[in-house]
Design a protein around this ligand. Sequence first.
Ligand SMILES: Nc1nc2c(ncn2[C@@H]2O[C@H](COP(=O)(O)OP(=O)(O)O)[C@@H](O)[C@H]2O)c(=O)[nH]1
Ligand SMILES: [Mg+2]
Length: 252
Amino acid sequence: MCLVSCDISIVVPVYNEEANILPLADEVDQALRHETRSYELVFVDDASTDQTWAKIQQARRQNPRVHGFRHARNCGQSAALWTGLQATTGPIIATLDGDLQNDPADLPKLLAEVEKYDFICGVRTKRQDNFIRRASSCVARKARKLVLGVDFCDTGCAFRVFKRSVLKELFPFNGLHRFLPVLVHGEGATTREIPINHRPRIAGVSKYGLWNRLGRGIFDLFAMAWYQKRRVGNVPFDELPNDDQPPARHVR
Ligand SMILES: Nc1nc2c(ncn2[C@@H]2O[C@H](COP(=O)(O)OP(=O)(O)O)[C@@H](O)[C@H]2O)c(=O)[nH]1
Ligand SMILES: [Mg+2]
């Protein structure tokens, strides 16, 4: 199911975002109009019950850089993200939300930074969400710092740009999308946080409430803490030399 090779793969998991697909495809195209590298925009529709899939097909007719995948049943944002990551081949990957809260105009800024770092995280400095959401992100940040000893400002921000090489540090689970920066950082990838624009949601409704955002995030935190302790890291190892070859050093 792999797509044709291109330089930048933009992965957007969506669920019931019918009104946002076409404007998002346009905004991405606009944002990358001066980009000399090739890109693909990959929507992963997580079995939406509205016209999202039809809109992805329409976007594809308007722009062949648009690709679409559709889950047979609703599996969640992380599962859709994983499907998109597996389906693409670009050496640079960008991810963003499909509700237009992330501003594709920030793409060039993040793409420039990924030349210097492995993983760039967007930070929603002027967040256009209600008080409960902002407060729960604050609590989650403090909990992450306390339990994991890492301090990323905004792991809830899905706008990220990273090198494909960091994918080898990741594995699929429901909740992965919140822990991407923590996992890649744990394996030694270089990370950078960059302020990005954040917009209010205009169309469609949020899919998250207090429990499936903060509650699950905190629950998963303890699994992350366990994994941090038990993970088998990248250990360099030597190979006994063959007769005609010099000793070799590998990194798993
Ligand atoms: N594929 C998939 N995407 C989802 C699901 N729930 C939310 N999303 C997408 O994840 C992004 C963020 O969700 P949103 O409801 O805007 O979260 P909020 O901004 O935190 O309120 C949007 O693009 C949603 O369409 C889901 O179950 N499956
Ligand atoms: Mg949103």
